[in-house]
Design a protein around this ligand. Structure first.
Ligand code: G3H
Ligand code: 13P
Ligand code: ZN
Length: 319
């Protein structure tokens, strides 16, 4: 059942967070829905501009609709990840999305406000909520490269002003994370003190953490042992930090890279161990099962595992 992102946030705020997973193909979608059932966790499905281009807008929607029919007990929202203004308008008009992200964080403050405000007006007319971003994550965001040295944490006063001026429904904050596999050199440095300051200025307002893959070293080691070449010093967000971020207002945690690592590990190991095989369904089946376990594991860490019945009751009045 597709629900609104705003409703999901209302139920969870301060108590648990949802994983928001980027989906590009059938195997990910089926693994995701099975993982949601395995964990009894509500889900947020993210579609990026890249996914819309890769699979085609119609195909990615059809995959999600089909998964919904196959697994009607799953509760989920569909979210446009890192939209530009035109893609947000397209997603809003389609009627398929629960929420959109307008990412104008690379623009000066006033321009970010103006663009976000326009998207909010259009989205709210259609009952769709809007995630905006303020501050800059390090690393690569879609096609925008931000030098890690100049990564800017979100300013708490600006965040409060930004929300007031734009009317956005949730805010992606820069607290030290970045996209991709190479987030930290050595120990991770999440700025939870900055998150606390932002929450202090925006009490009860849903906050979003992008770039939240954990890049497990054992996953990287298995990929490399099967022929991969990922820098073994790659470090991500410590999953134990999620529980600290939740009481500070984080309700949505974006995870894409870790799912890509699952895909890569499964396929590399399979073809290493079965060089004679050319039936892609064999690794595909393993991938879907492993992806489901991965979603269940993340849901435990985020606190949303076991919350399906509660969320269903809160949203529908039915057990
Ligand atoms: O933050 C971006 C997500 O990881 C989506 O990546 O644009 O390659 O689909 P993508
Ligand atoms: P990761 O690269 O850490 O998985 O971040 C994904 C993300 O923020 C998608 O918007
Ligand atoms: Zn992101």
């Amino acid at each position: 059942m597709i629900v609104t992102t705003a409703d999901l946030f209302r139920v969870a705020y301060g108590r648990f967070a949802y994983g928001a997973y980027n989906i590009n193909n059938m195997e990910q979608a089926l693994g995701l829905f099975r993982g949601g059932i395995e964990a009894q966790a509500p889900l947020i499905i993210q579609i990026s501009k890249g996914a819309r281009k890769y699979a085609g807008v119609k195909m990615i929607e059809a995959i999600i609709r089909a998964a919904e029919e196959m697994y009607p007990e799953v509760i989920f929202a569909v979210h446009l990840d890192h939209g530009d203004e035109a893609t947000c308008y397209d997603a809003i008009a389609s009627g398929f999305y629960s929420s959109v992200m307008i990412d104008a964080s690379h623009q000066p403050f006033a321009e970010n406000v103006a663009i976000t405000r326009r998207v909010v007006e259009r989205a709210h007319d259609r009952g769709i909520s809007v995630e905006a971003e303020l501050g800059m994550l390090g690393g690569v965001e879609e096609d925008i490269r931000v030098d890690e040295k100049h990564a800017l944490l979100t300013d708490p006063d600006e965040a409060a002003e930004f929300v007031r001026l734009t009317g956005c429904d949730s805010l992606a904050v820069a607290i030290g994370t970045s996209h991709g596999a190479y987030k930290f050199k050595g120990r991770q440095t999440l700025h939870l003190e900055r998150l606390a300051e932002i929450q202090h200025r925006l009490p009860g307002f849903p906050l979003v953490m992008h770039g939240s893959s954990s890049v497990p070293p054992e996953e990287v080691a298995r990929i490399n042992a099967a022929g991969g070449a990922i820098d073994p010093s790659a470090r991500g967000v410590d999953e134990e930090e999620f529980a600290k971020a939740v009481p500070l207002g984080v309700v949505k945690v974006n995870i894409d890279t870790d799912g890509r690592l699952v895909w890569t590990r499964v396929h590399r190991e399979h073809f290493r161990d079965h060089p004679e095989n050319f039936d892609f369904r064999k690794p595909g089946e393993i991938m879907m099962a492993e992806y489901a376990h991965f979603i269940a594991h993340k849901s435990e860490k985020l606190g949303c595992a076991g919350k399906l019945a509660e969320v269903r009751a809160a949203l529908t009045g039915k057990e």
